[in-house]
Design a protein around this ligand. Structure first.
Ligand SMILES: NC(=O)c1ccc[n+]([C@@H]2O[C@H](COP(=O)([O-])OP(=O)(O)OC[C@H]3O[C@@H](n4cnc5c(N)ncnc54)[C@H](OP(=O)(O)O)[C@@H]3O)[C@@H](O)[C@H]2O)c1
Length: 224
């Protein structure tokens, strides 16, 4: 698959390096093309670098990896090139010192990004749950269990494509529902980052599923 990145920082580095290793064609895009070219050279495997617009044009899937505050403007500027593309939103609209949601109770970051793309991109929220160092592990497996990566999105083909990219880095996709659930994922992640920043262990909050009893409400798919 051809993958573009919007951003040439830590997340673009971590994930594009993995995807290039897995055999995908990678194009790093940044507002400073020299930074994108330097990262592409580091990644090797035929990776190329250039502008944000070139990366959006190049990718069948495009990873949005800029800070949340800049994300809607970055997407809006390349919206035409993103039409019909899979847009992977890994942004976390949170940060120190309080780790509250910067979306302030309004639409999720993912929804605002979809709106900034004027509805043309097929947005999937993914890869926002862990620190970039985790995405660099080969593979991210803990206690023999591959890391689960929650995905929220509305387009079945886009979700399938991102599931493939999750498996390519040795992780397991977790169905997180539609894009209307992305805000829950963003809030859960902000909470977990806050626990972690305060010295706690977010992974300790949830028991193994085998011990958790039956789900409280059967979904439509489970009903007889
Ligand atoms: N770091 C993590 O562990 C982690 C984990 C999960 C999710 N995330 C999310 O992933 C996203 C990227 O994080 P990161 O760690 O990769 O950040 P980073 O290393 O600081 O890189 C940020 C990238 O965004 C670009 N950028 C910033 N403002 C911009 C603007 N106005 N226009 C165009 N480009 C702009 C930067 O370009 P310049 O170099 O030119 O400034 C840089 O390429 C964030 O939304 C973050 O919440 C991060």
């Amino acid at each position: 698959m051809r993958i573009g990145t919007l951003g040439a920082g830590n997340m673009a580095d971590a994930l594009a390096t993995q995807w290039a290793r897995a055999g995908h064609e990678v194009f790093i895009g940044a507002r400073t093309p020299a930074k994108a070219e330097a990262l592409a050279a580091r990644i090797g495997a035929g990776a190329r670098g250039g502008t944000l617009g070139e990366a959006a044009e190049f990718g069948e899937a495009v990873l949005l990896a800029v800070w949340w505050e800049a994300a809607p403007d970055v997407v809006e500027a390349v919206a035409d090139a993103l039409d019909g593309k899979v847009l992977i939103d890994c942004t976390n609209p949170t940060g120190p010192p309080d780790f509250t949601l910067r979306t302030g109770g309004g639409p999720s970051a993912a929804q605002r990004i979809a709106d900034a793309a004027r509805g043309g991109a097929r947005v999937v929220k993914a890869f926002n749950t862990c620190h970039e160092s985790v995405w660099r592990l080969t593979p991210p497996v803990f206690g023999g269990r591959p890391l689960g990566v929650p995905l929220c999105g509305d387009d079945a083909d886009a979700l399938d494509a991102v599931r493939g990219l999750v498996r390519d880095i040795g992780c397991e996709p977790v169905d997180g529902g539609g894009l209307d659930r992305a805000g829950l994922l963003e809030a859960t992640t902000a909470f977990a980052i806050g626990v972690w920043a305060a010295g706690g262990d977010p992974a300790a909050m949830f028991p193994p599923v085998e011990t958790a009893g039956p789900p409280p409400v059967k979904t439509a798919a489970q009903a007889p």
